[in-house]
Design a binder for this molecule. Structure first.
Ligand code: HEM
Length: 405
């Protein structure tokens, strides 16, 4: 399946993939949370998931989910909170149960989805919805013989396979579900952390805005209505803040693997244990679970320097960057993993982040709210690293947004 998925080329060559309604919909009133009493002009950035959901729908599947127009619509609701519900504060029972999963045969394990517990019921509702919705996406793509969207390419790639190796329709439908799940909340939360950093570091925010406006003027001078993907790649400070925020706030914060064989993992930087022993390699057993911490790698002082815990985009502007390593698919960061199983949507996500960040910064000036009740933001490890305001119900990261005249 990975081979079939890799045939799908996610990176578009221009930013035409942004929904035409995006500009119109990015208004403070649209973003104001309905269920909270916020001051005028305060926006809740997790709401950008409606934006990224519509973008992946239109560009990936040529399908308008309409999430921006109606955040209560079925697709939007199916994904809302999915990465967080039940994974942020798991019950003790769930933690113990999951530690036994590896001993349960898979034909029995799948029955856990029927457990009457919140997180399992939430995922079950989601999978039932996707089994109903994904065929609709495929039916629509069948009418486009040479369609370049993911569903059309998947269908063609599957039909070209040896019949014995073809995927079952349900397996095809699951790919829609995977790409939607992997492809919108991830970018949306990444942007949320970026805007949080830019709201705290106003001088960097001003520098990016200046650069974006200059790039916009250059594009207009050559007769273009919009910035191209190449323009966005050539805006240095925009790209530096984006990389630095991803480094400090990787929303996928660890990778999980199971060793196929006994092996020894060499360490680039030896570790000294509490007993004073120096370890330069870790032996592992076949079947052993391994967690690779993206958060830890992205903040290693040996690689990023002594200020590794600070937000300092300068490191991506000069020659500093990462020392000694060459990791992952993007800027020595581990955010998108690396090698054969690296994220297939990384280029798409970067382009999306560049385009949305540029567009939002041209329209609004972002600041941290004065109200201390909403600006005590903590990083919390659910399935993805989410911003949580202590003592506030649900997910929230609020920023003041002042329209730029
Ligand atoms: C900031 C945004 C994103 C981050 C941080 C991210 C991160 C990752 C990571 C770390 C993996 C590897 C997981 C593992 O091997 O355990 C992965 C895989 C994957 N990602 Fe992303 N991703 C992002 C955006 C996207 C987008 C926009 C799409 C689709 C358009 C996407 C689709 C996928 C898929 C399908 C896989 C599985 C690939 C495979 O198993 O070969 N991701 N992503």
């Amino acid at each position: 399946m990975v081979r079939t998925l890799k045939k799908v080329k996610m990176p578009p060559s221009s930013i035409d993939f942004l929904p035409p309604r995006t500009e119109r919909t990015i208004s403070i009133s649209q973003y104001r949370p309905k269920d909270t009493q916020q001051t005028e002009g305060t926006i809740s950035l997790p709401n950008s998931r409606e934006l990224t959901l519509d973008i992946i729908g239109l560009s990936g599947f040529d399908f308008d989910f309409g999430a921006l127009d109606d955040e209560d619509n079925e697709v939007s609701q199916a994904y809302k909170g999915l990465m967080v519900d039940g994974t942020l504060y798991p019950s003790k029972f769930d933690v113990v149960l999951k530690s036994f999963w590896k001993y349960i045969p898979s034909d029995i394990l799948h029955l856990v989805r029927f457990l009457p517990m919140k997180s399992y019921m939430r995922f079950r509702r989601y999978t039932l919805f996707m089994r109903k919705f994904a065929p609709e996406v495929f039916r629509k793509s069948e009418s486009r013989d040479d369609g370049k969207d993911v569903a059309s390419v998947l269908q063609r790639a599957n039909s070209a396979e040896d019949p014995a190796k073809r995927l079952h329709p349900n397996e095809l439908y699951d790919q829609i579900s995977t790409i939607l799940l992997a492809g919108h909340d991830t970018t949306s939360y990444t942007l949320t952390w970026l805007f949080w950093e830019l709201a705290k570091n106003k001088s960097w925010q001003a520098k990016v805005r200046e650069e974006v406006m200059a790039a916009r003027n250059n594009a207009a001078a050559r007769g273009d209505d919009d910035l191209s993907a190449a323009d966005l790649d050539r805006i240095p400070i925009l790209n530096a803040v984006l990389k630095e925020s991803m480094r400090v706030h990787p929303i996928v914060w660890y990778l999980a693997r199971i060793a196929e064989n006994d092996d020894v993992i060499p360490l680039a930087f030896p570790v000294t244990t509490k007993t004073g022993k120096t370890i330069s390699a870790i032996p592992i057993r076949k079947g052993q679970g391994i967690q690779v911490s993206i958060s830890a790698y992205n903040r290693m002082p040996e690689i990023w320097g002594e200020d590794a815990h600070e937000f300092n985009p300068d490191r991506f502007l000069g020659s500093r960057g990462a020392k000694q390593t060459s990791v992952g698919v993007f800027s020595n960061l581990l955010n998108f993993s690396g090698g054969l199983r690296a994220c297939i949507g990384w280029r798409f996500s970067i382009l999306e982040q560049q385009a949305l960040a540029a567009m939002l910064l041209e329209k609004f000036e972002f600041s941290i709210p004065q109200d201390s009740a909403v600006n005590d933001v903590k990083r919390k490890p659910s399935l993805v690293m989410v911003p949580i305001v202590e003592d506030q119900p649900g997910l929230s990261l609020f920023l003041e947004a002042k329209p730029i005249q």
